[in-house]
Design a protein around this ligand. Structure first.
Ligand code: NDP
Ligand code: MG
Length: 382
């Protein structure tokens, strides 16, 4: 029985993780759950999974202490949960920079992490890498592109990989030119053509910040230089990503847009038990595969991500922090869609570079990037 702690239990990935866990009651025991605001849903989960021993709630003080032995509130609740229960695997599906600390804590304790929280690697890849080496622990990717690459890597040797090819759908606005992005609305940006996800990652897909994050994520997950990480536009999202080997063979992983597949693979690797899908991929009906070369002028955030990733240090934390704040302001209708990109570019330009950052340096960089974006748009008093 694998004992699981799930962060971000009430979110898009969190709920799909619960679905996977409920299909394998003899393999998994859910012992911990955390969320931001949604106490009601945490209660429902605790009732559905009586094995829960610890609960964490960040942004809501509602009394749910009657639900289990330990309930933690406030900023450090996720780390406290990890310190007060006996678990085997952390599933980190919280959104944002706040996911970095619990990732580090779990690895520090010698426990592997199934990782959806890509911010852990974008902002803190340097520290996560050191901790993985020190404690001999592992990360199992949940992000669909990285799960695909992880699966394709089973076919060959790492030394014989020529390049990783990450596919990009192009997000909600892929058929628009940059000029046509001037006045797009929040509602338009939130309707992703292929995937149903949380708000932040849906906006990040439209700006291609998400693909930039995924390039950095791939660099740390698979320990390959940026020169060996490519992206390609692939509108259908049927191929989730590919690995090209030195003998010219390209391995691709295909599937329908259902995150339960990568979640289950991360939790049960290397096993592939039956996974009920409402829409399994029917090759005879759905298989049209289009590819286009990536357009870095159309998607400047992807280009910036490569630069930020290569320089390393604290710049990933700045890139992520500025994006988190800018997306929040866009969703609140305080800035426009294109101003998300401008926020990030200016914040990265203004950042004080720290080559070998500590966690405290990254926390400071994250905070400064957010404050920079608010100041840049003159929104201090709102
Ligand atoms: P959602 O917005 O759907 O869920 C976010 C989760 O984080 C919720 O459980 C939310 O709790 C919790 N949360 C929000 N604020 C806080 C806080 N202050 N403290 C603690 N918890 C908080 O996001 P997704 O599920 O879409 O994404 C989660 C992560 O997975 C992200 O890093 C994303 O990039 C990554 N990912 C997501 C994919 C997807 O298909 N959705 C695909 C690949 C990666 P509450 O609702 O109670 O506030
Ligand atoms: Mg992805």
């Amino acid at each position: 029985m694998k004992r699981i702690v799930l962060l971000g239990a009430t979110g898009s990935i969190g709920r799909q993780t619960l679905d996977v866990l409920s299909k394998h009651p003899d393999e998994f025991s859910l012992v911990g759950i955390c969320a931001g605001h949604n106490a009601k849903e945490l209660k429902e989960i605790a009732e559905a999974f009586p094995s829960v021993e610890v609960i964490g709630l960040s942004e809501n003080k509602e009394d749910i202490t009657f639900l289990c032995d330990h309930v933690f509130y406030g900023e450090d609740n996720m780390v406290q949960c990890l310190q007060h229960c006996d678990y085997d695997l952390l599933v980190n599906a919280v959104v944002g920079f706040r996911g970095l600390k619990p990732t580090l804590e779990s690895l520090r304790q010698g426990k592997d992490v199934a990782l959806a929280n890509k911010e852990s690697l974008v902002a803190g890849g340097v520290l996560v890498k050191k901790m993985l080496e020190k404690t001999n622990t592992k990360l199992y990717p949940i992000d669909s592109e990285h799960s695909a690459i992880f699966q394709c890597l089973q076919a060959g040797k790492k030394e014989e990989v020529r390049r990783l090819i990450i596919t990009a759908s192009g997000g909600s606005f892929r058929d628009r030119t940059r000029e046509q992005l001037q006045d797009v609305s929040v509602e338009q940006a939130l309707s992703h053509p292929n995937w149903n996800m949380g708000k932040r990652i849906t906006i990040d897909s439209a700006t291609m910040v998400n693909k930039g994050f995924e390039v950095i994520e791939a660099h740390y997950l698979f320990d390959l230089p940026y020169e060996k990480i490519d992206t390609v536009l692939h509108a259908q999202s049927l191929i989730h990503s590919m690995v090209e080997y030195n003998d010219n063979a390209i391995m691709a992983q295909l599937g329908s847009a259902d995150m339960r597949l990568p979640i289950q693979y991360a939790l049960m690797y290397p096993n592939r038990p039956y996974l009920k899908e409402e829409h399994p991929l029917d090759m005879t009906k759905t298989l049209t595969l289009d590819f286009k070369e990536m357009d870095y002028e159309r998607y400047p955030m992807l280009k910036l991500a490569y630069q930020v990733g290569k320089r390393e240090g604290n710049l990933g934390a700045c890139f992520n922090g500025a994006d988190e704040k800018a997306v929040e302001l866009f969703l609140d209708k305080k800035i426009s869609f294109l101003q998300i990109e401008e926020s990030i570019e200016k914040a990265v330009e203004a950042a004080t570079f720290v080559a070998d950052p500590t966690l405290e340096d990254l926390e400071r960089t994250d905070q400064e990037a957010r404050e920079f974006v608010v100041r840049y748009w003159g929104l201090e008093n709102q």
